[in-house]
Structure formats: C-alpha cells, structure tokens
Design a protein around this ligand. Sequence first.
Ligand code: HDE
Length: 703
Amino acid sequence: MPKKAKLPTQTATINDQTLNRGAGGELHQMASGAVPVMTTAQGGPVGDDQNSLKIGARGPTILEDFHFREKIFHFDHERIPERVVHARGYGAHGYFETYKSLAKYTRADVFQRAGEKTPAFVRFSTVAGNKGSFDLARDVRGFAVKIYTQEGNWDLVGNNIPVFFIQDAIRFPDMVHAVKQEPDRGFPQAQSAHDNFWDFISLTPESMHMIMWVMSDRAIPRSFRFMEGFGVHTFRFVNAKDESTFVKFHWKPKLGLQSVAWNEAVKINGADPDFHRRDLWDSIKSGAFPEWELQVQLFDQAFADSFDFDILDPTKIIPEEVLPPISVGRLVLNRMPDNFFAETEQVAFMTQNVPPGIDFSNDPLLQGRNFSYLDTQLKRLGGPNFTHLPINAPKCPFAHFQQDGHMAMRNPVGRANYQPNSWGDGPRESPERGFRSFADMESGQKMRIRAESFADHYSQARQFFISQTKPEQNHIAAALTFELSKVQTPVIRARVVSHLLNIDEGLAANVASGLGLKDMPSPADAAMPTRQDLAASPALSILNKGPGRFEGRKLGILLTDGFEPALVKALQKALAFEKATFEVITPAVGGAEAADGSIVLGNQMIGGGPSVLYDAVVILPSDTGGVDLAKDSTARDFVADAFAHCKFIGYNNAALPLFEKAGIVGEFDEGVILLSGPNDIPAFIKNLGKLRLWSREPNVKMK
Ligand code: HDE
C-alpha cells in the first residue's frame, strides 16, 4: 500500500456565512466539531478533495472519479457572457424613499405615500471596457436603478450624462463597435482614444453634444458617490384618470459632484484599478451611506411644443434654468451584496420594466432599448427564467402561467396552467389595477426617416461648453487633444476639429494648436446653423456646484518615525467631525513611531499609497524623516503629483527638504498650507472643502 502524502489539518474557524448550506438554507450534516462535511453537488460526502483518483501513486487519473469530474465541470462553466456594453460594474442595495404623493401626476404605487421606503438595487458601470478593465477609464458611467415596487420592478436604466451619442437605436451596434477594441488587433481596452471611435464620431454630427459631455470631467468621476444620474429619455407619468405628464428623471448626489484630473486618472488606473469599487465598498461598509435625491422635470404637451428642441430627441436636455426640477424622493445605498456574482453580475435591468403609472415616450432610442434589454438577458443568463433569480425577482406578490424552460425554479402546482380555465384556478388580468398604456393618438406613413426636429446638432453642444467654468473648458480642450493625439489618421483629427468650429471657435483653435494642425479646416457642413442665443446654464458645470465641504472625501497623511502625535490626533479628530476619512502612509506599512513612543499603524506604504488615491494630503515627518523622504523617489512623486493635480497640501517645516527635491518650493500658493500646530487645523479643513485649487493649473501646465 503506497503511503499518502500528509494533508495540512484544517484549523480555520468557520463563521455562519461560510457554512455549507443547502438550497433551503439547511446545514449539511455536521461532523463532531463545527465543520460540516464537504459533499458533491448531489449531496454525497467527499472523502478526499485534494487528490484525484489514480491507478497507482504515479499512474493516470481515471474517468471514474466522479467527484473530480463534477468539480472541474462546474469550474469550467463558472463564467457567463459579460454584458456586451457596461460589462464592468459594481452594485449595492438600498432603498428609495418617497418624499410626497405624486398622485396628481402618476398612479405609480411607489409615488403615492410620503415617507414610504421601497427596496432598490443599483449597478454603476463603465461602458466600453471589458469586465476586468480599470475603473477610471474616460467613459460614460451607467447608473442603473431597480426599484422593487409593490406593483412590479421599475428599472430606471440611466447614465451619469443626460444625453446620448445617437438619435436612433438602429445605430447602436455601430457606435458600440466603433468605441470597443478594434476588431483586427483586439485593442485598445476601455478607451475611446483610437481611430475607429473618432472616425465614427467625426461622421456622426448628432453625437457632438454628447462628445462635449464625454470629454468633460463628467467622464472621470472621483467616485460613484459624487456623480449625477439621468434617465436621459423623456418618459410619461400617467395618473389614475389616464392623463399624461412628460417627465425626465435626475439623480443628484447629496455629497455634490467631483471628478479627478486626467493625469490623475491615468495613474489611479495603475495604482488601484478598482478605485471606484473600493470607494463604494469602503463607504457602505463604514456606515457612510451614499445618497441621491430623485428630481423630476415635469411638463405638458404645450411646453413640449414651445421648447427649442424635440423632447423625443435623446441628444438634447431641457436646461434646469428653463424647467426647474422638483425633488420627489431619495435613494440611499446601505448594503453591499453578499455575493458579487449572484447579485451584481446576474442583475438584469430592462428599460421595459415600468410599473402602472410610468410609460414610454416615442424617443426612438428608448423604443429600441425596450427590445434590446429583454433580448440580451436570454443570452447572458442562459434562459427565460432569469426572473427566478432572487436579485431579479419582484418583491411583490406575482402570479402568471409562464412555465418550464431552463432552470425553472418556480413551477405551477395543480392542473391549471392556462386561462380562462374551468377549474377556477390561477390569476386573471385586472383592467383596473393592471398596466394601461397611455392611449396616445398615433398615425402616419410608414417610413425610415429622421424627424426634421432632430436636425440641430451643435446648438446644445455650444450651450454646454459656454456653461463651463474656465478650468472645465480647458479640461475639455485637453481631453480632445489627448484623444485625437492617439488617432493615427490625420484626416480624422481634422474632421473632428471641423465640427468643433461649429461649437466654439476658441475650443477648435485650442485643440488644433494642441494637435499641431498646420491648416485650420473649414467648419463641417451643418444641417442647421448653431444657435448663438441659448443662454449658459450654470447647472451644467461641476465646479459651480462644488460641495463646499470635505465630507465623504479622503485625506492621505504621510508620516515617518518621530512625528508629532498631538497634531496628527487633532487632524484626525477634525476629519471625523467633518465625516471625512483618512489613510496613514508610512515608509513601511507596519507604521511609524511617534515622538512620544506611541505607534500609529500604516494603511499603506508610500509606493502603495500614491497621492492620486487621496483628495488632499498632509506631510508631517520628523526632521530626519523629512531628509530621508527627500531621497525617496516615490515620496517625491507623492508630493509632486499632489501639487500638479491641484490638491491642497498641509505640511510642517520638516517636510521642506522633500518639497525642495520635488521641485515645488518656489511654487507655493494658498493651497500649500503650513500646519505648525493644532490651531492651524480648522482653517486647513475649511480649505479642503474647495476640493481643488484649479487656479494653480495654469502654473503646473499639466497636459
Ligand atoms: Fe444600454 N444596454 N443600450 N443604454 N445600458 C445595455 O443590457 C442598449 C443606452 C445602459 O448595469 C445592455 O443588460 C441599446 C442609453 C446601462 O446591467 C443592452 C441602446 C443608456 C446599462 C443595451 C442603449 C443606456 C446598459 C447590455 C441604444 C442611458 C447597464 C447588457 C438604443 C440612458 C445595465 C444589458 C447594468 C446595458 C442596449 C443605449 C444605459 C445590450 C440598444 C441611452 C446603465 O441591452
């Protein structure tokens, strides 16, 4: 008998969550201790999970080993197709709370009772990258909300940008093909900075408004928590009298808007590709629940008829100054999924999930989406029973005669599986309670055509651009220059500039010079001239809406042995009061010993905690620590990047040798703040509320 290699004994303690539970939640047969016996998926106890069945100690593995085969078979099938767009995403549970009854406008049950809380699940995503891509791609963010109402699931499948690239769903596959990896080479990953994308865009004037948004800082958000969300299309509210009101949905983050700098985004992607995921995980796990207000723009047909643009055109907004939004509820995210795959990966959002009282408009993009989202679930989740998955199942009573199919988990009991039936069993439709489509009058010639009212492609692009502050306008120009610098075909670059000329001549000139374009092209042919009379809309700027406080943001505190503990303690106390967080960065992650001998643990070592991971930094070494840091290139990057990214920097005099070596001593401005003692902290924290000192940007010449 050959001797068996000795196995390590199992010593780990197992908590309730890791126990082996059956489908009904029952624990599998327990051994004498707390550890359950491992079984196959069929329930058979497993005797050896470490060695496959062989003929002889060194012989071939035999097919008879059903446990091995089942284990590998299941592993081989662990992946489901990733989403064709929005593949990379991150979700959380929470609730929607209704502020007041909207019965006047909608019979939707979720909007009837003030104070009522309805369970919700949200998935944020990027669009272009694959599932394993990095979080800080320059991209639109998905903002998909599933609200489990008492009259069925309502999915508001939105983005963090209120307009879209195209006006008709039939163009979607082309648009997505163009932005994703080029088919011959299979790159670039999660980037729009390549020829195919800009080729498509330069041939698609209707995308110009969207391009302004996607090249703005909106496309590099600091956190999911600091983004707006938009339903994009015009929808309808329908009340109990079957009267319709048009509605546009907006989510407004309680902590205000914030984005990062592009150079910072590039570095974050290397330092922490899961930056947005980690941020959401950390904040929810620490009890700092992100929150958004739901605001609606409500309008009638008369407003729609008088508005400058077609309310069915998804490349247009209704400026908030023209039609002020009303707050109708709030969304709070307070629980992370127990299992990423089961919930975030398998959640199936569908625009066609609307409860009675919410209805569609004829927006041709929305109409196409209503087909696509059901279709895609069949491919991704493998069968028609994806509503049996707990994350997709309604949380209200439901009853129908759908049956069978792959993985059917809820099956009809009894004889009746149709209606009408003579057995008196089963559900029947309800004309009163059931969904009634708004009875709009529709007639017309059958044709493939784009409405004339969709023809203005530049006026709102210009309006968006002139609504931005100077730093934000510069960022748009820099983003366009960067993206087009990656386009290898000069004629495509010039074609994009020809569109920019129809938006803003200064912007076009800026980009042309950034690209080193020798001759300015003529403006692109426009179906309609750009309107110069649309007033700037301050609501479109991120910086106009700064939070004015540091709440929810993170400070990086760089310390060395011998640091002054009183100052650090006072700083940490002030941050807690501000509901902000911090991480301590020390030369070695084990921590640093303070001047009084106490130890502070490090969250990161300097190389693992570059300043791009923080909203602001302080550098408080001891005298010798400051001299040592000055010799460390990662520490020099820490300071130089924080400065170049226009962050607020707190320091003590011992940090000056490091600043000297990092080349910023002669450049100090009001964002570099001396912390000589605890008394300096309140003013410092107040400054942090400004988030960035963008006035520094022209001096650091960051491109
Ligand atoms: Fe999507 N989109 N989309 N989309 N979309 C999908 O559905 C589609 C559009 C959006 O976190 C797919 O389940 C078409 C606009 C989000 O699971 C697919 C058109 C907006 C998500 C699909 C659009 C969105 C998706 C891929 C043009 C903002 C992620 C996987 C008419 C209002 C949802 C899936 C999640 C996902 C189709 C345009 C938002 C293929 C045909 C406009 C947030 O069905």
